[in-house]
Design a protein around this ligand. Structure first.
Ligand code: SF4
Length: 405
């Protein structure tokens, strides 16, 4: 339901949906918008020309766009996060007070679920938000990364960490050893996630099996974990199950394995191909060969599972650029991607102390500029060929610096 009113000298819009509540107040040319999940957690905001997204882990990223400088982003300092949450909660609390006092006749009036959502938002004070973050950390090991279309998933950590942890450009799981949860552990974890999300579950769109490469779990051990997922969650209603398969070595899943997983709701597998050029994969210390990824994609697609392929643009700098581009085009074209699939271009992000940066320096690699990295992705994209009848995959950029869960 959507309710409009004049309130505190401005135009108020209250949008109450089954999965979230949005309050928007426009006054003196300024618009402030706050959205809350069903448990009252601040989820997104807009204020002063910036948009904000708050993760369950409490981190808030601010994003903006200007004609001069283009897109910008930064993570809020703790005090700024407290201020933003306090502002959102105070607005919800003031509105609730006026509604309950009958001082703000709304037409139509808020129904009972909308009023409950407003009460939950009003109760999500900075102190409550801090307690919620602590509860989050009681349920999850830090969620390293997700594909951009999975930021609103319910993450279930079937495994922790990465079974390889060798790639020089990746620091997501260096702090933990890879391990697969037992069925009992996974059941307890998934139940704790469900309890933790509570009313916020309705905002979540899919189930993502973590961490880095849950599909490396041998099929006989993975199937029971999917069955537990079905016991605790309405998988179909949530839009199915998604996971990474990253790095290739050891036992490989067959088409029959993927078909069995698809029957239990597996919809799409995300593969960090990075490059079609094997010497570059070796330089990156990425396990496996590009051909392994082609074979895995074919097995998945034959079993009715879609794929999301991630290419690392800028990897290997200028020295690898030609071969990286040419071989990646060739490999992607051999994958025969279609309209069910996704293709992401993720730009190499170098940070101080990154093993990749040390190796690149030792090899005297010249880095690509940001514009050149983007151009490399665009050159690969232009050379891709798709079957007209099966359609074109959705292709977009993947900026790991904007990841939020
Ligand atoms: S396989 Fe994936 S998650 Fe593991 S180290 Fe390499 S890039 Fe990181």
């Amino acid at each position: 339901m959507v309710t409009l009113a004049q309130w505190r000298g401005g135009s108020l819009t209250v949008s109450a949906k089954a999965n979230c509540l949005t309050l928007s107040l426009q006054s003196s040319g300024e618009t402030a918008v706050f959205s809350f999940d069903g448990a009252g957690r601040l989820w997104t905001a807009m204020r002063g020309g910036n948009s904000y997204r708050r993760g369950l882990d409490g981190k808030i990223v601010a994003k903006w766009q200007t004609p001069q400088a283009g897109r910008g982003r930064r993570w809020l300092a703790p005090a700024e996060s407290v201020e933003l949450i306090g502002h959102a909660c105070a607005m919800a609390a003031a509105l609730l007070e006026d509604v309950l006092a009958g001082a703000l006749p709304l037409d139509p009036p808020l129904d009972a679920p909308a009023l409950d959502s407003l009460k939950a938002a009003a109760a999500f004070t900075p102190a409550r938000a801090q307690a919620d973050v602590e509860a989050y950390h009681g349920v999850y090991r830090p969620v390293g990364i997700l594909p951009p279309d999975q930021y609103m998933a319910v993450v279930l950590q079937a495994a922790e960490g990465c079974s390889f942890n060798t790639c020089t450009f990746c620091t997501f799981y260096k702090d933990r050893r890879f391990r697969i949860k037992t069925p009992a552990e996974f059941r307890a974890h998934a139940a704790a996630v469900k309890d933790y999300l509570a009313g916020g579950l309705s905002l979540r769109r899919t189930i993502f099996l973590g961490d880095a490469n849950a599909l490396v779990i041998p099929t006989p051990r993975l199937l029971p974990l999917l069955e537990i997922t079905h016991e605790l969650f309405d998988v179909a209603k949530l839009g199915g199950i998604y996971a990474f398969l990253d790095g290739f070595s050891g036992e490989k899943k067959t088409q029959a394995d993927y078909a069995a997983l698809a029957r239990l709701g597996l919809r799409r597998v995300y593969i960090g191909l990075e490059s079609g050029h094997d010497p570059l994969l070796r330089f990156l210390k990425k396990p496996g060969k590009a051909e392994d990824a082609v074979q895995a994609v074919r097995a998945m697609k034959a079993a009715g599972v879609a794929v999301g392929i991630i290419v690392l643009s800028g990897a290997g700098g200028k020295q690898f650029a030609r071969a990286h581009t040419a071989d990646t085009i060739a490999v992607l074209n051999r994958m025969e991607l279609d309209a069910d699939d996704l293709l992401y271009f993720s730009e190499l992000v170098e940070t101080e102390g990154l093993e990749y940066s040390r190796d690149a320096y030792a090899a005297a690699l010249q880095p690509l500029s940001e514009a050149e990295r983007i151009a490399q992705g665009e050159e690969i994209e232009r050379a891709l060929r798709f079957d007209e009848e099966r359609g074109v995959p959705h292709i977009s950029r993947y900026d790991i610096r904007e990841f939020v869960y």
